[in-house]
Unconditional design. Structure first.
Length: 343
């Protein structure tokens, strides 16, 4: 993974745990690789400052199976480090957004709250865990960040009757204007398991994380090339076209993924380059042609010149509008050529 790029914009905590020597559950094969790929997207696309903690180690430290790491302390220390960093600043606010991604064995100790089990768990006698949802909720009431994004690729089974690992901290920098904006996406809903397995490129990984990264790289973009929360939700529910250069189309044979989105603030995650199409329309010279998506969002517009206008548009169904009541519904599909006739 490339070195993190320092940024005043975003921070990210990424955790992937696949080795649980004493837990008694099947070992996992995907979380470390999934965490590394998520961290790579966060560094290269989100331009975030990433802290990566996996079964292989943390920044500057390598672990072995015998180390039983990471522990709950390893993970929670990273959250606390944001507070330490804030103490050295003139204001409590650290950055615009905090990303948290966690993959591994997990459970749902109570509705909406999800915990990742850490590596030193001991059968059903001792199940230390980090309830990531509660940490994000705690931060959302504080001034350290404005926006919060939590992605959890772990089971949401409720068979473990244990308390979640919540933050034991008082609110010292409470947000006066109300709660920060929050997005939470879980690989599965309450009491549902998640799955990993072979991916199209031969890797073993979590099906949720694989699809999530495809969406973030452009497959979930709206027609204007922007990946937003609503686009990610729609993409998981009904995968359609692929927009970004790095996006990979669904094969149609992959394992079903039905995630849970308990928090849905409309945030922007990425912008992808769009192909340009030449739209021919029976409109007068110099008049505007506007393109709207199915949510009546203005996607692109331009002036007609010699009976046409060239505009960047993603895959999808649109309505073109012009003066004097001109209106035409059309579709940009994977096989659409560079010219679209709106006559």
């Amino acid at each position: 993974m490339p070195d993190p790029v320092p940024s005043d914009t975003d921070r990210a905590l990424v955790v992937g745990i696949e080795r649980y020597p004493s837990l008694g559950l099947n070992p996992l094969k995907g979380p470390v690789g999934d965490a590394e790929r998520m961290a790579e997207w966060l560094v290269n696309s989100a331009k975030a400052r990433v802290t990566l903690i996996t079964s292989d180690g943390s920044p500057g430290t390598r672990w072995t199976v015998a180390d039983l790491r990471p522990t709950m302390q390893d993970v929670t220390d990273s959250f606390v480090n944001y507070l330490r960093e804030s103490n050295a600043q003139p204001t409590r606010r650290l950055a615009r957004r905090l990303y948290v991604y966690m993959a591994g064995h997990g459970f749902m100790p109570e509705p909406r709250n999800l915990s990742i089990i850490v590596a030193d768990a001991l059968g059903d006698q001792y199940v230390p865990n980090v309830q990531a949802t509660s940490w994000v909720d705690w931060f959302a009431d504080q001034l350290y960040f404005d926006e919060y994004v939590l992605f959890m690729d772990c089971c949401a089974t409720r068979t473990f009757l244990y308390s979640g690992g919540k933050p034991l901290m008082k609110k010292t920098a409470e947000r006066q204007g109300g709660r920060g904006k929050v997005v939470m996406a879980f690989a599965a809903g309450s009491d549902v398991e998640t799955f990993e397995g072979p991916l199209p490129d031969g890797r073993i990984g979590g099906f949720f994380t694989d699809k999530l990264l495809r969406g973030l790289k452009g497959a979930a973009a709206h027609g204007d090339g922007v990946v937003r929360t609503s686009g990610l939700i729609s993409y998981f529910k009904n995968s359609l076209g692929v927009v970004g250069e790095d996006a990979v189309a669904d094969t149609g044979s992959e394992h079903a993924v039905d995630p849970m989105f308990p928090e849905r603030a409309e945030l922007e995650f990425a912008r992808v380059a769009l192909l340009k199409y030449t739209f021919k329309a029976p409109l007068a010279e110099g008049v505007p042609l506007q393109i709207f998506d199915t949510e009546n969002r203005l996607i692109a517009s331009g002036q007609i010149a010699q009976g046409a206008v060239t505009l960047p548009v993603g895959l999808g169904i649109y309505r073109a509008r012009g003066p004097n009541g001109f209106s035409k519904v059309f579709e940009i599909a994977s096989g659409t050529t560079g010219e679209v006739n709106l006559a």
